[in-house]
Design a protein around this ligand. Structure first.
Ligand SMILES: NC(=O)c1ccc[n+]([C@@H]2O[C@H](COP(=O)([O-])OP(=O)(O)OC[C@H]3O[C@@H](n4cnc5c(N)ncnc54)[C@H](O)[C@@H]3O)[C@@H](O)[C@H]2O)c1
Length: 524
């Protein structure tokens, strides 16, 4: 093995949460974190840190508890962050790819050594139950390890046809400064994944995390710098939408790596599509956006498989995963049985704070989200029938009941818009073909599911399904780096696949050199 070669990629194993000792370690990490709150998150550009209190992130289960107070990057600081990233670019781009890869794997080791603390932080700041918080840490580590190896592979360049007298080489060069604009629902994995992809390929990055999760973002930038990424190569500019907009519109940003809602993603694509006069490059947008994810259940489906998988896909993390199930299209022949069993399974879900081990459905992220989901629930109750509704616990957390609704008219907004909460709609269909037609009507195409025991039906749904990630006879969430490259089509995204073999290509530009190797004498 080459001394610089990295061992083959493997997914970071999740913690064995059924073990009391592991649970105790996590409980202790949370108690230690609580004693340190609130965290202070600076604008962090190179070696300069400016603390501030303009932004406050709170515990969704107990909004009075402040988790982090952050400075908000001013327009001047956004400029300074991009300028610093630009200045750091030549040296980082010229750093041998193995050294960049090693910096990322050292950052992964740093996260690994602090995984209990980091999971506790995701529990507190984003209301992520332990199992999902731990998976978020693992995915963050996976992105670092996977893109480190991917960048080394990419650096070799593809093989080209060679003919006598000519040498052809194709290489991938970094594009430049990358603006990373991230959501809160995977507060570790998603911002780090996008940042790691940019850095692995020799770009520099400015990270604008979600306003709901600045505390998690600080830990990521710290890990990258601990790993050996130069201070200038990665900056942290906390803030809300305006900060993201200022960063994305900056003329020296070459790539925008965005994950979040469709509305914001489209705005960024428009921004990038109107280069200012005198622009020296076209800004590329890597955008991963929302979905309206449907699960098709055929008449021969095994409900012992389908029911728990649907419940977990719809209600884990209160339905706040972009991949979460929000519609079930079930064959008439089995619809009553499915509704009955889903009602029973949802009826025993426990709503509670993320830190409680027995919690199935945590609160949603913030007041605005709870109000939005309640608006859709009221509409569903008016237009259709609510077949299950699990009331939230007492307390002032942002709890929303887990609900199953049915009998909605085909044009209902509940069936067509992303709700991003614990509300699942069930529709009866006469055939799988009809279900495919309804899926095909949607402008979204992120994830989808099918429960069927007939291989011909599976083949047909695979052929017709427009989604980026289709899951057959299993839950539709939980994509693993390297195993299920993840990302949507249509209005759900630009078709890039995070955690897949092509992802890094979006962060580089191809350059081909052709050399005439027929020499005409020596120049001395
Ligand atoms: N496809 C995926 O891989 C994926 C993964 C996770 C989340 N999501 C989607 O993300 C959404 C939930 O996340 P969210 O609520 O944080 O999304 P959001 O779009 O509200 O915010 C995402 C980020 O964009 C920033 N932002 C907001 N307005 C902006 C503007 N005008 N210009 C630039 N930046 C701006 C926010 O501050 C935040 O950092 C859901 O729609 C979900 O489906 C998609």
């Amino acid at each position: 093995m080459h001394p610089l070669a990295l061992p083959a990629f493997r997914n970071e194993p999740v913690l064995e949460l059924r073990r009391p000792a592991e649970r105790s370690r996590l409980d202790a990490a949370l108690a230690t974190l609580d004693a340190r709150l609130p965290l202070r998150v600076p604008v962090w550009i190179g070696e300069e840190r400016r603390d501030g209190e303009e932004l406050v992130s709170t515990d969704p289960a107990e909004p009075g508890r402040v988790v982090a107070v952050a400075a908000v990057a001013t327009p001047g600081e956004v400029d300074a962050a991009v300028a610093a990233a630009r200045e750091a670019l030549p040296a980082w781009a010229a750093t041998p790819v193995h050294d960049r890869a090693l910096a990322l794997t050292r950052a992964a080791a740093h996260l690994r050594s602090r995984r209990h603390e980091l999971a506790a932080l995701a529990v507190r700041e984003c209301g992520k139950p332990w199992r999902e918080a731990d998976a978020d840490v693992c995915e963050a580590i996976d992105f670092l390890e996977y893109y480190a190896r991917g960048a080394v592979e990419l650096d070799r360049g593809p093989a080209l046809l060679q003919v006598p007298g000519e040498r052809n080489a194709m290489r991938y060069a970094p594009r430049g400064v990358t603006a990373v604009i991230a959501p809160w629902n995977f507060p570790l994995a998603i911002p780090l994944g996008m940042t790691a992809a940019a850095l692995a390929t020799g770009n520099t990055a400015v990270l604008k995390p979600a306003e709901q999760s600045p505390g998690c973002a600080l830990e990521l930038v710290r890990a990258l710098r601990e790993g050996g990424v130069p201070a200038g190569a990665v900056a942290l500019t906390p803030g809300a939408g305006e900060t993201g907009a200022a960063l994305a519109a900056h003329r020296d940003v070459a790539t925008i790596a965005f994950t979040g809602s469709g509305a914001v993603g489209l705005e960024l694509i428009r921004t990038a599509g109107s280069p200012p006069d005198g622009a020296r490059h076209l800004t590329r947008v890597v955008a991963e956006m929302g979905g309206k994810n449907c699960v098709i259940v055929d008449a021969d489906a095994d409900l012992d498989d389908a029911v728990p998988a649907i419940v977990s896909s719809a209600f884990d993390y209160a339905g706040q995963k972009c991949s979460a199930a929000s519609r079930v299209l079930v064959h008439l022949a089995i619809a009553d049985a499915l509704l009955d069993r889903l009602g029973g399974a949802v009826g025993i879900l426990e709503l509670g704070p993320a830190e409680r081990w027995s919690t199935d459905v945590p609160p949603v992220i913030e007041r605005e989200a709870a109000e939005r989901i309640e608006r859709y629930a009221a509409l569903a109750a008016r237009e259709g029938a609510v077949v299950a509704e699990i009331p939230p616990p007492e307390g002032d957390g942002w709890y929303v009941p887990a609900r199953v609704v049915t009998d909605l008219p085909p044009g209902s907004a509940v069936l067509h818009e992303e709700i991003f909460g614990p509300l699942l709609a069930i529709e009866r269909v006469e055939s799988v073909e009809e279900a495919c037609d309804r899926v095909d009507e949607l402008p979204f195409a992120l994830t989808g599911g099918l429960f069927s025991r007939n291989p011909r039906v599976v083949d047909e749904v695979v052929r017709r399904s427009p989604v980026g990630n289709l899951y057959v006879n299993r839950a539709i969430t939980g994509a693993m780096v390297g195993r299920q490259p993840f990302g949507g089509n249509r209005l759900s995204g630009t078709g890039t696949k995070a955690g897949g073999p092509d992802y890094l290509l979006h962060f580089v530009e191809p350059r081909v050199v052709t050399e005439n190797t027929v020499r005409h004498g020596l120049v001395v």
